[in-house]
Ligand binder design. Structure first.
Ligand code: S3P
Length: 448
């Protein structure tokens, strides 16, 4: 039988070809790479803590590499990145060195936005930061506005809204910021700035976003108070010496989501995804899939360095349409592209709303998913803040584009598993941002 999955790479540009056969089903056990959000935070907190931090299970994707390179350029000693054990020799809070060159966050919004909180709070030091084409078009005012209220001095293109940015570090003062959006990047940026600010810094969000920063800051010794009733977090500045820790990074639920949907839509499938982080601020995807009638059970639940972890067991089932909107959106924000794929194979019309944030991710993910799945035969209408997906129309393989966005590339690959004919995904190299061995895992499940 000819292989289901083939990768053609020319000059670092990859085309992923998928030709499913009629009796394809996905069976077995697999692991996904380390959580991207936790990997960034472990590297950053390790760099600004005193003493040594060790990190097991770090994601080796392009995004954490950008974080490691930026902090190395500011004096942190970070060993070569690997999944076994990375060592970070921290230089202490407020001790980042002025880098000799422009810091480059690559494709990574988390690197740029979180780092900005730290750079802005280094009095007397000057920093400049940039990123790739995508990152240079993503809004930075969401972090520049609160940092400026704290006393930061930041300049950028288009009236201080876009990178490249120039930062003149200042002594900041604590504020209470009511964020107009539920964004962990905004919250974390302000909390990191608050570590060195005078007084207390509080962030209140309209809905709860992922809380990895709060958990890890507390583990490193910061004084953090959380008020779940108002979605508020407070950090006490200048009295929180951070101490290096041992961090074990669980598998990324955002990466596991591709296999959850793959097994749900490909008949006969039965998969166990081991060692996945199931922090409640990230499990919206499990709730949405359960609402759609997916057969998912959590096995072997445990806690690993302050984060809940489980093995996810998923079996094929007929999915039903549902509505995904409101407070759950920040808890599944990165999984909406793959949930759109699930909805294409569900009975009925799925509505995704309150997700305008997807327009300012690595690509405009609403346009990307609607246009590429429609090319394959889906019936999706774009809404200003979401998607209306009429499920149940069979897909057909064709040429599609990743929009150089990792989550679009991988979501289309999963859709292709249930689309007869040949799907060719252009720009599939983007998957390496968060899932460097995605194609190998796909081959292992489809061809071995
Ligand atoms: C992240 C927060 C989310 C998410 C991103 C990672 C983080 O972004 O989309 O992939 O690690 O804090 P927003 O905070 O902008 O929603």
């Amino acid at each position: 039988m000819s292989p289901v999955v083939t990768l053609r790479t020319v000059d670092k540009i990859a085309e992923l070809i998928i030709r499913p056969h009629a009796d394809l089903s996905l069976q077995g056990r697999l692991r996904v790479p380390g959580d991207k959000s936790i990997s960034h935070r472990a590297l950053m907190l390790g760099a600004i803590a005193s003493g040594e931090t060790t990190i097991e299970g770090l994601l080796l994707g392009e995004d954490p590499r950008s974080t490691a390179d930026c902090f190395r350029a500011m004096g942190a000693e970070i060993s070569e990145l690997n999944t076994e054990k990375v060592t970070v020799k921290g230089i202490g809070l407020g001790q980042l060195q002025e880098p000799q060159d422009i810091l480059n966050a690559g494709n990574s919004g988390t690197t740029l936005r979180l780092m900005l909180g730290l750079l802005a709070s280094h009095p007397g030091r000057f920093f400049s930061v940039t990123g790739d084409n995508s990152l240079r078009s993503r809004p930075m005012s969401r972090v520049i506005i609160p940092l400026t209220q704290m006393g930061a001095k930041i300049w950028g293109r288009k009236q201080n809204t876009l990178a490249p940015l120039a930062i003149s570090g200042q002594q900041l003062k604590g504020i209470h910021y009511h964020s107009p959006i539920a964004s962990a990047q905004v919250k974390s940026c302000i909390l990191l700035a608050g570590l060195s600010a005078t007084g207390e810094t509080t962030v209140t969000e309209p809905a709860l976003s992922r809380d990895h920063s709060e958990r890890m800051l507390r583990a490193f010794g910061a004084k953090i108070q959380v008020d779940p009733a108002t979605h508020s977090v407070t950090v006490s500045g200048q009295e929180s010496p951070l101490k290096g820790q041992s961090v074990i990074v669980p598998g990324d639920i955002s990466s596991a989501a591709f296999w959850l949907v793959a097994a749900a839509i490909v008949p006969g499938s039965d998969l166990v995804i081991e060692n996945v982080g199931v922090n409640p601020t990230r499990t919206g995807v499990l709730e949405a899939l359960e609402m759609m009638g997916a057969d998912i059970t959590l096995e072997n639940q445990r806690e690993v360095t302050g984060e809940p972890v489980a093995d996810l067991h998923v079996r094929h089932s007929q999915l039903q349409a549902c509505t995904i909107a409101g407070d759950v959106i920040p808890r599944l924000i990165d999984e909406i592209p793959i949930l759109a794929v699930a909805a294409v194979f569900a009975k009925g019309t799925t509505i995704i709303k309150d997700a305008a944030e997807l327009r300012v991710k690595e690509s405009d993910r609403l346009t990307a998913m609607a246009s590429e799945l429609n090319r394959m035969g889906a019936k999706i209408n774009e809404l200003p803040d979401g998607l209306e997906i009429v499920g149940g129309t069979p897909l057909q393989g064709t040429a599609v584009s990743s929009y150089t966005d990792h989550r679009i590339a991988m979501s289309l690959a999963i859709a292709a598993l249930n689309a007869p004919g040949m799907t060719a995904i252009g720009g599939a190299e983007a998957a390496a941002i968060s899932y460097p061995n995605f194609v190998e895992s796909l081959q292992y499940l489809c061809d071995d």
